[in-house]
Design a protein around this ligand. Structure first.
Ligand SMILES: [Zn+2]
Length: 250
């Protein structure tokens, strides 16, 4: 829910990295997501500005394989460039701006069209549910955003303004992951590694769940097991992040 104007400034978790290092880590995040086939020509990742909660950092409109440090721009929570420079921005940047507006706890957002999860957004009878201990962040199951509720049956399914972004953020609620019917998904985290982790492991969960459902009735994590295994904390985040960075180093 968007904060009202009289609300105190949003509080954010302690920043993992200072601004200068965060630029390099954002470039790494693009490569990591590409390496794990979460993004391809499309998809984007952002992080909230460590010193200014009313801004976030994201590349200009480029394929993840081509993003360099100099491509990172600052955006306001309205989704517009903080300092307009004439460079093109992602059409779906409002996914990020709206979620940062609605969720002061969120420090990073990944939007992608990774293929394994698409099926779970279009079959209402089969929700994406946590199936293993690395995917407890899926909680009781991922919510599904239906853009027809906002735009009717003839849209291009994309989040192209702040109003649509806020509707997506409302569907996300307090969750870590939201499916977007016929389109893709959005993962959030309390820091950059966590949002990347959630994006990668939601796709892993989808692949395992798809296989398991062909074998018979599936035993999913209970809500208590999901809670007990979610939020792996800094050790898991650091270990996975360092591992992922080593994979893209060569
Ligand atoms: Zn998209």
């Amino acid at each position: 829910m968007p904060p009202n104007s009289s609300a105190p400034p949003p509080r954010q978790p302690a920043a993992l990295w200072a601004y200068d290092q965060l630029l390099d880590e954002l470039v790494a995040a693009n490569r990591i997501l590409l390496h794990h086939q979460i993004v391809d020509s499309f998809g984007h990742v952002s992080a909230r500005h460590p010193d200014r909660p009313d801004r976030f950092l994201m590349s200009g409109r480029k394929a993840p394989s081509l993003v360099e440090r100099a491509d990172i721009r600052e955006f306001g929570l309205d989704g517009e460039l903080a300092v307009p420079d004439g460079t093109p921005s992602f059409l779906e940047r409002y996914i990020h701006s709206a979620i940062y507006t609605a969720r002061p706890d969120v420090q990073s957002v990944v939007h992608s069209h990774s293929p394994g999860i698409i099926a779970f957004g279009v079959v209402p009878e089969t929700p994406l549910r946590p199936i293993c201990h690395t995917c407890g962040f899926l909680g009781g199951g991922a919510p599904v955003f239906e853009i027809r509720d906002e735009l009717g049956p003839a849209s291009n399914l994309m989040i192209t303004n702040q109003t649509l972004g806020l509707a997506l953020a409302k569907k996300l609620g307090s969750a870590s992951y939201v499916l977007m019917r016929g389109h893709g998904s959005t993962a959030v985290g309390r820091n950059l590694p966590e949002s990347v982790y959630n994006a990668i492991y939601a796709e892993t969960n989808a692949r395992i769940q798809t296989t398991a459902m062909t074998m018979g009735p599936v035993t999913f994590l209970s809500p208590e097991e999901a809670a007990a295994t979610s939020g792996g904390g800094p050790i898991v985040v650091e270990r996975t992040w360092n591992h992922w960075k080593s994979e893209i180093a060569s």
